[in-house]
Ligand binder design. Structure first.
Ligand code: ATP
Length: 140
């Protein structure tokens, strides 16, 4: 079934999620405050928009309330990530998934209602370690 996703922050992580969802034929709105990042994703998203995810008025006008699932992939600017998440939860968006920068950031995101918080680098590291030590890997 086709689903609607919005992604805010198109760094390496956000853009790869965007490309994959689009490849899977879902509707994807890709947002970044940097117009170059947005341009790079023009052919890999249903809609693109240059906007600041911390601007409540702009997010409202973008129709972000209509999305059931929003991914916040703003990285280094922890303050912007927190504010953006707050705005999205105030809009009553059902699933707000957020990339965290560190454990403190993670705790704050959980407190303000993020539905899933993840750390792509360490999550992937754990999965690789599990895979390497699983029986599926043939030991040469
Ligand atoms: P990655 O590892 O995924 O490349 P990162 O952790 O290095 O990302 P950044 O590059 O700091 O994170 O941010 C990811 C993206 O989020 C950038 O393209 C940046 O322009 C965008 N971004 C940062 N703040 C905002 C904001 N307030 N609104 C929209 N986009 C933003």
């Amino acid at each position: 079934m086709k689903k609607q996703f919005a992604i805010i922050g198109l760094g390496r992580f956000g853009s790869s999620v965007c490309k994959e969802l689009h490849r899977m034929n879902h509707d994807v709105l890709a947002i970044d405050k940097d117009k170059h990042k947005v341009n790079e994703l023009k052919n890999h998203a249903t809609h693109t928009m240059v906007a600041d995810g911390t601007d409540e008025t702009v997010m409202s006008k973008a129709g972000i309330r209509n999305f059931d699932h929003v991914i916040v992939a703003i990285g280094e600017d922890i303050q912007a990530s927190i504010l953006c998440t707050l705005i999205l939860k105030d809009f009553d968006i059902k699933q707000v998934w957020v990339k965290a920068q560190n454990d403190h950031h993670h705790k704050v995101l959980e407190k303000i209602g993020a539905d899933k918080v993840f750390h792509p680098e360490s999550d992937m590291g754990e999965r690789i370690a599990e895979f390497l030590t699983s029986e599926k890997v043939i030991d040469y």
